[in-house]
Design a protein around this ligand. Structure first.
Ligand code: NAD
Ligand code: TYD
Length: 340
């Protein structure tokens, strides 16, 4: 089988390509990626000469480039996106372009190329925010209520994907996943930022009261869930992906990282809150578990341990990323706390 992976040089896409090549040795993968600040070919260095892997440096908003890249492809796995909420608050325009327009360009190309499956990777953030301690969870029937430009652009993309199935018969599936962490994550998201800051002996910025709740999934478990949907998922269906872990606040999570890295709690710095900050996400993943037999295999503690070790052992990888572009973003985002 030939797959087109979009955004395969980013965090989850590169983990997925490694996972797929290891477990599906006869398949061919074409990776199309614009290489934005978040795209990094170092993530794929060890497979760049693999005869079953090729790279196309292009923007998914470019119909000609996408048309070429999709030729002969049976399955599209669409990761490419602008993915960071804080950047979407600073400048939503690239989110609208890549996440909405780029998805529509891909959908048209997939329809013309008569692909057998268009799998769209989405997020739980499209459902909005839950109250703390309400016991409520998102499921596949939860109404959309996106509250950040990032979430709104992903919600629009999800709607477009569904509309192509209903209107044109494109064979689509969608997964909405919880927050991911693990190797190759650009150091702007909470866990990768916290670990790399602590390794540089800097503090960890915690937004607001730190009592926000996310469901934290190890990236390899996400890749296995996508595999389950590609192999056993039903066309037109949506599957939510989340963990079995007890809920944990950002503050408790950061404390776990401090412990793993041998740092005092004085390394926590409470900073100005994110505007429109979603209080709590929680996922009911019963559908993917019962219908497709998927379960997460890593506990939070196991996966945090692996992840911390990866950042400890790959300091060149992330130190190179903390260059001028990163410093400019950090300054804009964290202002007077940028020198933490
Ligand atoms: P990332 O920011 O690490 O990587 C995104 C990749 O897409 C990069 O390689 C970038 O170069 C590429 N890209 C961006 N714009 C492009 C364009 N116009 N054309 C071609 N390539 C482009 O993102 P990630 O964390 O790996 O997320 C991947 C997908 O998973 C996204 O769709 C995101 O919404 C979704 N998702 C992420 C999480 C998470 O916790 N990271 C959780 C649920 C869903
Ligand atoms: P993030 O990793 O940006 O993922 P998302 O917003 O997509 O869930 O943030 C996870 C949580 O951590 C969220 O509640 C915001 C919070 N956070 C901080 O407290 N400090 C930070 O520096 C960052 C980046 C996030």
């Amino acid at each position: 089988m030939k797959l087109l992976v979009t955004g395969g040089a980013g965090f989850i896409g590169s983990n997925f390509i490694h996972y797929w090549i290891k477990n599906h040795k006869d398949d061919e993968i074409v990776n199309i990626d614009k290489l934005t600040y978040a795209g990094n070919l170092e993530n794929l260095k060890d497979i760049e000469n693999n005869p079953n892997y090729s790279f196309v440096h292009a923007d998914i908003c470019d119909p000609e480039a996408v048309k070429k890249a999709i030729s002969g492809v049976e399955t599209v796995v669409h990761f490419a996106a602008e993915s960071h909420v804080d950047r979407s608050i600073l400048d939503p325009s690239s989110f609208v372009k890549t996440n909405i327009l780029g998805t529509q360009v891909l959908l048209d190309a997939a329809l013309n190329a008569k692909v057998k499956r268009f799998h769209h990777i989405s997020t739980d953030e499209v459902f909005g925010a839950l109250e703390l301690d309400s016991g409520e969870k998102f499921n596949q029937d939860t109404p959309y209520n996106p509250r950040s430009p990032y979430a709104a652009s992903k919600a629009a993309a999800d709607h477009l994907v569904r509309s192509y199935q209903i209107t044109y018969g494109l064979p689509v599936t969608i997964t909405n996943c919880a927050d991911n962490f693990g190797p190759n994550q650009y150091p702007e998201k909470l866990i990768s930022l916290a670990i790399t800051n602590l390794l540089e002996d800097k503090k960890v910025p915690v937004y607001g009261d730190g009592l926000y709740v996310r469901d934290w999934l190890y990236v390899e478990d996400h890749c296995r869930a996508i595999e389950a949907v590609l192999e056993k998922g039903k066309i037109g269906e949506t599957y939510l992906i989340g963990t079995n872990e007890p809920e944990i606040s950002n503050l408790e999570l950061v404390k776990k990282l401090l412990k793993l890295l041998g740092k005092e709690e004085s390394y926590i710095e409470f900073v100005k809150d994110r505007p429109g900050h979603d209080r709590r996400y929680a996922i009911d993943a019963t559908k993917i578990k019962t219908e497709l037999g998927w379960e997460p295999t890593y506990s939070l503690d196991q996966a945090l341990d692996i992840t911390v070790k990866w950042y400890q052992n790959n300091q060149d990888w992330w130190k190179k990323l903390k260059g001028q572009e990163y410093k400019d973003f950090y300054q804009k985002q964290y202002g007077k706390n940028a020198n933490l």
